[in-house]
Write a protein that binds this ligand. Sequence first.
Ligand SMILES: [Zn+2]
Length: 345
Amino acid sequence: MSRTKIWTEIDIDAVGKQVGYFRLPLAVHDRSGDDASYNYEPIPIVTIRNGVGPSVLLMAGNHGNEYEGQVLLMKLIRLLEPKDIRGRIIILPAANAPAVRADRRNSPIDDGNLNRQFPGDANGSPTAMIAHLIESEILPRVQYAFDFHSGSLSAEYLPVGVIARSPDPARFAHSLDYLKAFGMPVSMVIQHSTGGDGALIGACRRAGVYHLSTELGGGGTILPDAVSLAEHGLARLLHHIGILSEPMTEQAAPSTRILHRVPAANYIYAANTERGLFEPIVKLGEEIRAGQVVGRIHFTTVPWREPEPVIATAGGVVLCRRIPARTGLGDCLFALGRDWDPMSA
Ligand SMILES: [Zn+2]
């Protein structure tokens, strides 16, 4: 594996608290046509290290327009001092920095979706270089990686913590424990991640790093309840794995309802061939059953036409809903979960 071409002035193994940037050289990717061949893309990095304890990567901005996790980690950066921890915390609050600056899911430089680019490439596109940096330089230094996502512009999610099923019972039991310590009202166990081996979760599997991700609201805004739940949850989580000397929250972990996602074929999709306005009539977290009317599509060019009902083809708990109102055939309106059975494979 080639060494990363991304450089930094900070020693990421040093003791104490350091703030600075990873600098991604843009020489070969500059599209401005100007003489900008020595410019770099700044990717903020913070390291906090003190004494002996576990090492953890905290990451947000994997997708640039998912904001709750970015705010969560910026608050933590300003709050945490070396005396508060034993071990090491590496924080990338804007991992795909070009995407974060552009308020986009993917990088505006190469249209790269960071969470599909692992293991990355030291000599590849900027997004591939970031994936390579994380996989080759950061993950070998940590035992845990917590990656904070939200529902993006197109969807709003219930605030959930997510872990993947592990074939190793002891590792899986450990992951379930920290999922419960994070303690969102609803949690999710997934069989496989959408991004597969190209996602951070795949990189963590290759590196033997424990992983947790989230969906914390979304919709292109910042949901205060989701941030607050995650702040308390993250404090409990970091204390649970032994890196925070004090819990930093008075709030005990509430009991969490653990779900799994139903297969994507059983999500609820728009069936209207003429595009119309989607009126959802069920809420996030609501339990719905097959055959239930869960929304209506209104046709703005024929206002006197009866709206088309949206009918659930399967039952479950509403995990996420579509945000844009204008909707047509193939658009996903709701994703669903069902109670997870610990006995299932
Ligand atoms: Zn995301």
